[in-house]
Design a protein. Sequence first.
Length: 337
Amino acid sequence: MMKPSLVIALLCCATAHAGVWDRALTSPEDAAAKELYDAKLVEGDTATLTSTIQSTSPSVVLQSLRRAEQAYRAAAAARPREAEPYFRIGNLLYQMYFNCDGLPLAIRPVTCDPVYATSARRDQTIEAWNQFERLAPLDPRIGEILGNRAILHTKAVNGTRGDRAHLEAAARDYQAALDRSDGLYGSRGNEQQLGNLAETYMMLDRLDDAIATYGRAVAGGSSVATTYGLAVALDRDGSGEQASRYILGQGKEGLETFTKEYLARNVFFVPEGEAYYYFALAHEAFGHPGVALGFWLRYVASGAHPEFQPRAKEHIEQLEKHHARVEAPPDPDEPRW
């Protein structure tokens, strides 16, 4: 009957002694920093919640977002070795400014307007997640941000000298995401990551790697967009007939699906003119020479990916030899050609 009481007494004493030692080893400055840190995290979370209320006016949303970011940064300053504030900063900026493609207008934040999704905010989002990973490399939530960070790196490509660094960073993140998800997620998730990685390799002019990675995606059951990506990579590698077979294998319904996905911005291209290559190749495969010629000319005029411009000009030359004349594409619901 006495043993349980003795155990409780010993636990109480151990806890009491631990508290004494904790207080002895914690300076007043450390305690004050921890108190400020906790308060700023709560302040940031409260402001974040306010910014997500649908009925809130745009001005209040923006004010709340600024207040949330400032609070999280104050928490980071109070305890510089803590990773959590950087995770919350990155998520806040990404979810409110960049996670917009494909969202219905009814639930799309007002901050999805491109005027707010600036390159500076994009860089701040990437940097916040970089800091989070540096301070907490084993945190499982890193797996949540890899794909999103890779997309931000890809969208940062703008024809300047920094493009390659962004693309290489995107490739690393896509590969890391695949490594982490291996065996944990369905083939659809892996197919998307593989397709994105393959597209990144193609933008890095690593066609062999792009074709191999696209092949893995297609073998796992791919979307039309991924199959079209494989076709483009094959065409750029000099295998035009094989590229056409992949496109024709998707049928005319595949071209319609790809067009709708593009118009809905469920797929994107960097730079935007890259899309013309896909549509040109598809229409040429389906025997629409005039439409294909129009897209090829627009691709060349866009200046997208100069390393692949000679291949596009070869297509133009062949079509013109057969007296193709430029024709407008079939009218989609929302023309963006």
